[in-house]
Design a protein around this ligand. Structure first.
Ligand code: F0G
Length: 355
């Protein structure tokens, strides 16, 4: 293959040297990775930090961090001859799998918890043409079914139990080290199935080993209080939270998350739905960053520590995992009361504005 032109982007081109690719791995891309790292303009002090940065994983092609890992998982599935992929999902994995399958001409099957996937994510999976099965159960039930189905049928499983997903997602840690010239003191991240915290910890470890960083960050993972198995130390049978992306009761990468927490001298804590929604609002209104509720969990956790006085300065990066447009219903239900009706006249609008 000719060298890619400078316009060619993507995780496989950019990070191929740290990924398990071979000559015959297809170099597919939808332009994932290389997401912005943006400095906080408002919440830094309240979080008790000297510096707070946001990694905008919402800027990936399907609007979440999943694309980084999906591109590797799909490329490796194609390399091994797969013609179809499958995942269980709370929404973002299915949107990403469906997009890469469409791009590569593969069949895609997604299992989602019936009625509990945010509207934007369902719209994506439908638009990209995946075969959608709504299961009567939660994400954990759907993942169990997907594991059994892919063991029996010739379909590649592209959940984060697929190690190529973790490989791809680790590249975000490389980008952070490159952008800051060092690893941050703290990496704050929402935790659901726990693949992403596992991937970041792997990435930061590799960055330290290869001289891209001298520090290892402390990993601060945050779960929703109604879906916090890692915090309470046992699976949750019926997880519940407004942050539907992380409504997961039995994370597949349990050991990876606990390893990341303990090896980094970090923590995994719970934040309530009220705290998540407050951070969701503050991110949009004070920072100009419209994220989905799950993404606000990490910032909710930092705010909690800042206010409690348990944060001692330093530099943190919070991973904003998914775009706010994914879940328009939560936004509208939160903000609809702020909208005023008026007649379409000078006087009508002035009256509505109180001018
Ligand atoms: N944030 C968002 C927006 C997510 O969609 C997810 C997981 C997470 C955080 C948690 O990441 O599972 O690696 O700990 N979403 C999965 C899905 C489960 O099916 O889209 P994790």
């Amino acid at each position: 293959m000719r060298n890619p032109s400078p316009q060619v982007r993507g995780v496989l081109h950019r990070w191929g040297n740290v990924l398990p690719l071979t000559e015959s791995t297809p170099r597919i891309s939808l332009g994932e990775g290389d997401t912005p790292l943006v400095r906080s303009s408002a919440l830094e002090r309240e979080c008790g930090l000297d510096e707070l940065w946001f990694k905008l994983e919402s800027c990936n092609p399907t609007g979440s961090f999943k694309d980084r890992g999906m591109v590797v998982a799909v490329a490796k599935a194609m390399e091994s001859g797969a013609r179809a992929i499958m995942c269980a999902s709370t929404g973002n994995t299915s949107a990403s799998a469906a997009a890469y399958a469409a791009h590569c001409g593969l069949d895609c099957f997604v299992l989602v918890p019936g009625g509990r996937v945010a509207a934007g994510k369902m719209a994506q999976a439908m638009a990209y043409g995946s075969r959608i099965i709504e299961v009567e159960g939660n994400f954990d039930d759907a993942l169990n079914a997907a594991r059994e189905l892919t063991a029996k049928h010739p379909v590649a499983l592209v959940n984060s139990v697929n190690p190529f997903r973790i490989q791809g997602q680790k590249t975000a840690a490389y980008e952070i080290c490159e952008s800051l010239g060092e690893a941050p003191d703290i990496l704050a991240i929402p935790v659901g199935n726990a693949g992403n915290i596992t991937a970041y910890w792997k990435g930061f470890g590799e960055c330290a080993e290869t001289g891209r960083a001298t520090l290892h960050p402390r990993m601060f993972g945050f779960q929703a209080a109604g879906a916090a198995p890692l915090v309470i130390g046992k699976p949750v049978a019926e997880p519940e939270t407004v942050a539907t992306a992380i409504r997961i009761g039995n994370p597949a990468s349990w050991a990876g998350a606990i390893g990341a927490r303990d090896e980094s001298q970090g923590l995994i804590e719970a934040v309530t739905d009220e705290e998540i929604l407050e951070a969701y609002r503050l991110l949009a209104r004070k920072e100009g960053l419209f994220v989905e509720p799950a993404s606000a969990a990490s910032v909710a956790g930092l705010l909690k520590h800042g206010r409690a006085g348990t944060m001692r300065g330093g530099r943190a990066v919070a991973i904003l995992t998914g775009n706010g447009l994914k879940d328009p219903d939560t936004a509208v239900s939160q903000y609809r009361p702020d909208v005023t009706r008026a007649s379409a006249t000078l006087e009508g609008v002035e009256r509505a504005l109180g001018w």
